[in-house]
Design a protein around this ligand. Sequence first.
Ligand SMILES: *[C@@H]1O[C@H](CO)[C@@H](O)[C@H](O)[C@H]1NC(C)=O
Ligand SMILES: *[C@@H]1O[C@H](CO)[C@@H](O)[C@H](O)[C@H]1NC(C)=O
Ligand SMILES: *[C@@H]1O[C@H](CO)[C@@H](O)[C@H](O)[C@H]1NC(C)=O
Ligand SMILES: *[C@@H]1O[C@H](CO)[C@@H](O)[C@H](O)[C@H]1NC(C)=O
Ligand SMILES: *[C@@H]1O[C@H](CO)[C@@H](O)[C@H](O)[C@H]1NC(C)=O
Ligand SMILES: *[C@@H]1O[C@H](CO)[C@@H](O)[C@H](O)[C@H]1NC(C)=O
Ligand SMILES: *[C@@H]1O[C@H](CO)[C@@H](O)[C@H](O)[C@H]1NC(C)=O
Ligand SMILES: *[C@@H]1O[C@H](CO)[C@@H](O)[C@H](O)[C@H]1NC(C)=O
Ligand SMILES: *[C@@H]1O[C@H](CO)[C@@H](O)[C@H](O)[C@H]1NC(C)=O
Ligand SMILES: *[C@@H]1O[C@H](CO)[C@@H](O)[C@H](O)[C@H]1NC(C)=O
Ligand SMILES: *[C@@H]1O[C@H](CO)[C@@H](O)[C@H](O)[C@H]1NC(C)=O
Ligand SMILES: [Cu+2]
Length: 543
Amino acid sequence: MISKKILFLIIILIFLLLSNVLLSLPKNFSPHSNSLNKRNDVKVYNLTITKKKLAPDGFTREMYAINDLFPGPLIEVNKGDTLRLNVYNDLEEKTAIHSHGMFQRGTPWYDGFSGQSQCDIQSKKSFTYEFQVNQSGTYWYHSHSKAQYIEGIIGALIAHDPDDPYLKEYDEEIVVLIQDWHHNDAKTLLAQFLSPESNGNEPTPDNGLINGMNSYNCSGAPNGSDCVSNAPLANFKFVQGKKYRMRIINTSAFSVFIFSIDDHPMDVIEVEGMMTQRYTIHRLPINVAQRYSVIVSADKPIGKYWMRSEMETACFATQSDTLNPLVKAIVEYEGSDGNDNPNSSAWTDSQATCIDLDTSNLKPYEVQTIPDADYKVTLNVTFQPDDKNVTRGYINNSTYVLDSKFPTLLKVYKDITTFKPNQNVYTIDKDKVVDIILNNFDTGNHPFHLHGHVFWVLGIGINGTSPDYNSVNTKDPIQRDTVTVPAGGWHIVRFVSNNPGVWSFHCHMEWHVQSGLVMQFVTQPDQIKELKPPDDWFNLCKS
Ligand SMILES: *[C@@H]1O[C@H](CO)[C@@H](O)[C@H](O)[C@H]1NC(C)=O
Ligand SMILES: *[C@@H]1O[C@H](CO)[C@@H](O)[C@H](O)[C@H]1NC(C)=O
Ligand SMILES: *[C@@H]1O[C@H](CO)[C@@H](O)[C@H](O)[C@H]1NC(C)=O
Ligand SMILES: *[C@@H]1O[C@H](CO)[C@@H](O)[C@H](O)[C@H]1NC(C)=O
Ligand SMILES: *[C@@H]1O[C@H](CO)[C@@H](O)[C@H](O)[C@H]1NC(C)=O
Ligand SMILES: *[C@@H]1O[C@H](CO)[C@@H](O)[C@H](O)[C@H]1NC(C)=O
Ligand SMILES: *[C@@H]1O[C@H](CO)[C@@H](O)[C@H](O)[C@H]1NC(C)=O
Ligand SMILES: *[C@@H]1O[C@H](CO)[C@@H](O)[C@H](O)[C@H]1NC(C)=O
Ligand SMILES: *[C@@H]1O[C@H](CO)[C@@H](O)[C@H](O)[C@H]1NC(C)=O
Ligand SMILES: *[C@@H]1O[C@H](CO)[C@@H](O)[C@H](O)[C@H]1NC(C)=O
Ligand SMILES: *[C@@H]1O[C@H](CO)[C@@H](O)[C@H](O)[C@H]1NC(C)=O
Ligand SMILES: [Cu+2]
């Protein structure tokens, strides 16, 4: 009896600790007290997705929340753990959850891309995603159904590594989610975007957020809005003398930001799960879906400093009069007095616009051997009007059309081997090394993301240059899962295609996903068929 009571108390305690962590983003947490271990635990998170009226920046609107939170709860695992996500869809519409950057080796049916790896989770139904996390680093999860992630179905997913080489070089961790924000609902914006009148010009955001917060000048809001100016900014606490690992995640729909903290240089140590050698910068460009870890030393005089996330409006198709592109948060040293705002000044280093951090300056932490390529897949990206005069995204002259009721992975299980041209399928039968040579003929930049893998970024070229194997790095490039191809430019990336499944390769700007800038790799269909999805997964397609 006593042991049961104690067990009960322990469960209550764990629950209290857990709910404390979940309810208080942004919050520093210590990697050392986070029970880092190599036990291969099962970590369980319940995610209930609802609609809710919230005002992240003072402007009240109907949006999504996960467990009543925006951003959604912070998910933490240790490398080797199994992550179980019990998703309950409490919406009046369908949804699906993708864990961005997770390899899903052996569990391709949990990748969460509705129409490719699963059917949607119906309204008022549950679905459990369960997979082993054999990787570490900074990730996120988001809806991969319609444009839902734009309106709040996002959260951070951190995989700690008990053997992280930098573990002793920082004291605490801070998660920073950066995103753009719209005051209109995505359905309206999407209908406008996918109409002939838009000419393919993407909706311009109304604001940007840091960890779901910012202020907004309500004089820019339509009459009758429920809007309060000067909403609070996110506040990050520093203790002088401590070192912080900041995990910066860009969950934007469209905007590219440049991230910085006044007076505080940052050492990049991680790019999307790959540890790098330390590289000091002042201003970090970070495109949609990209992630970096940086180490920041709180070694400046006690006071307050601006954290800045500057939207690169030069990359927008149309400009807005009411958008303040400078998104701010406050870094406050313990012991600072007064309620005054920081008076610090921004770094002045110039930074090329609308392209990735020049990763040629980043070196992997460990030396890798890069295999030679077996296949070279050339992809041409264009935007053109379709037969209804709606501007859509094309890969090799083909725009992707979602087949949400019959996902590609299910087709594979039904022994279908040929796919409609509008599915943009590329099949890789054997364990191969694949180069993607992507030519961007569009006037915008595009952050391309590959599901289920990381790739080596061999080379990126700007407008006026062409893909050239003589100028690429096959010696010590970094690996990541999201790379930006510049306007009019190209990239060459290489990946080892040894993970059986259906893996999307798409631009991560949500507007462009919806306009068809998507393809999918069907990898080793024979091996896929040896993997057995659970009945619950098949049942998703029966409703
Ligand atoms: C998740 O929900 C189930 C069923 O309601 C409950 O038994 C379990 O304790 C919850 N787990 C967590 C981690 O909240
Ligand atoms: C994870 O790694 C362990 C140990 O290397 C291995 O046995 C297991 O199959 C891996 N699981 C996945 C899903 O990759
Ligand atoms: C297509 O739409 C654009 C933008 O509204 C318009 O300028 C053009 O005339 C239309 N073309 C056709 C063929 O309808
Ligand atoms: C808000 O915008 C209005 C109109 O542009 C301007 O007059 C006012 O000073 C702004 N308020 C603040 C607090 O910036
Ligand atoms: C808002 O209402 C005021 C007063 O009725 C009016 O002067 C103004 O033009 C309106 N603004 C907009 C954007 O409709
Ligand atoms: C995040 O990505 C968006 C879209 O590319 C971009 O506009 C924004 O500037 C990025 N944020 C940062 C901090 O770089
Ligand atoms: C900011 O304000 C503090 C306290 O008022 C002052 O000591 C400091 O010199 C100011 N810094 C700058 C850069 O103006
Ligand atoms: C696109 O076309 C190129 C050149 O014909 C070809 O190599 C590639 O396989 C095509 N890509 C797809 C996804 O079909
Ligand atoms: C892609 O563009 C290149 C350069 O214009 C061209 O040579 C090639 O034929 C195109 N491939 C496809 C599949 O459109
Ligand atoms: C792409 O499709 C358009 C319209 O169907 C056609 O006119 C054009 O020749 C095609 N281009 C290529 C490279 O196949
Ligand atoms: C590339 O540069 C040329 C010459 O400056 C320009 O005409 C063209 O529009 C640019 N292309 C893109 C896609 O930006
Ligand atoms: Cu795009």
